[in-house]
Ligand binder design. Sequence first.
Ligand SMILES: *Cc1c(COP(=O)(O)O)cnc(C)c1O
Length: 466
Amino acid sequence: MALEKLLRSIPKVDEILKAPELQDHLNRYQREIITRKVREVLDELRSEIVSGQRQKPLEFQEVVNLAQRKIESFFLPPYRRVVNGTGVVLHTNLGRALLAPEAVEALRKVSGSYGNLELDLKTGKRGSRYDHVVEYLCELTGAEDALVVNNNASAVILALSSMASGKEVIVSRGQLVEIGGAFRIPEIMERSGAILKEVGTTNKTRLDDYRAAINDNTGLLLGVHTSNYRIIGFTQSVEIADLVQLGRDKGIPVMWDLGSGSLVDLTPYGLPNEPTVQEVLAAGVDVVTFSGDKLLGGPQAGIIAGKKEFISRMKKHPLTRAIRIDKMTVAALQATLMLYFERDFLTKIPVLRMLTEPPEKIKKRAQKLYRKLIRAKLPAEISLDKGKSEVGGGAFPGTYLSSYVIKINPHHLSVEKLAKAVREENPALLGRIEDDKFIIDLRTVQEEEIDYCQKLLEKHLVGDRK
Ligand SMILES: *Cc1c(COP(=O)(O)O)cnc(C)c1O
């Protein structure tokens, strides 16, 4: 009896649809989707009543509010802007590299209009989409030729398929890595049709190990950057130049999967020494592969650079069509590469700017946010402190960059609740939680995002002051 009365308090769909609060939505969106969302709310309420969770009859306005919230949350973009307060510059979950304004502008120009993606404007004849970036890549890396595909994982598969299908590829056991998202060198090798020939041990591999493994069916000597993992202690690996010499002596090509693939020596900025793409090619490696959206600071892409004889074979490989880049990638990559020729490219390419920014400049931004938060007299313990940022994206694991952070310990809500509240906003704000404090690392927060951070923190910290 009571249950029946409760169930009868559920309004009809049509009544809800007449509510003034829903009229804007109905004017903008198709009626079917709005109706479906309202039905979902009513179904949920019905289950709550039947299961005994709800004991009081429903108020009409309450149901309207629930429907409105349901519709608004449906149209809140699931993929949206995030203010990155984590201090991880190449955060894979946050889309890795952010593009320079010049690259964003290039995207805008060719995405809303036509462009000569596969047309040679000089001859009026069909051209190749790769031609727009090859010359820049060759100038920057010293390679004879280059090819760009969807991402570095597909670049490695293409290179192996094209250079070593049905042949043995010699790799050090210390480099048989898995890189986030199930990119495992042994499995990639199998997919490409190449036969993995492991040599050495996890911590030590010598040139003689490679030499002893070479036979008539050896197709490639492969080096892999161990990226997000590091072996410390008693280790030994082969110098690139020595592997190249061995390859030359035996007539076997050498490939290096660099992963992050920096075009810049970052040691003056406190990062460990890593050979640049140019250095690896200059050492005589035949083919290198690296990502477009890691240290390069461009769009997602896999760049293959090296000797013409190998690259031109890859360009004709059937797989290339399946993993080709789209016009957006061509535009953003072209614009990013062009920035590398500018004198102040280190500040123009956001990833490089963030990685090379002196801590004193980060401190200025941290002070700005700190002062705003203090002035707002928020119910929280707030401090400005030194902190440590990371490169991310599998580059320079275990290396930390000195930074400045804001630490927040709310008086009236838990740190987890604060983190969740600002994370669900649009744009979202992401920080770290350390020692029961919410931390915002200013290395990865842009100047123009500071006001927004303050506004958001104020909203959620004050919102709970009761
Ligand atoms: C990141 C990485 C990859 C995968 O590159 P994606 O661009 O993410 O596909 C492959 N190899 C190495 C060594 C890497 O660091």
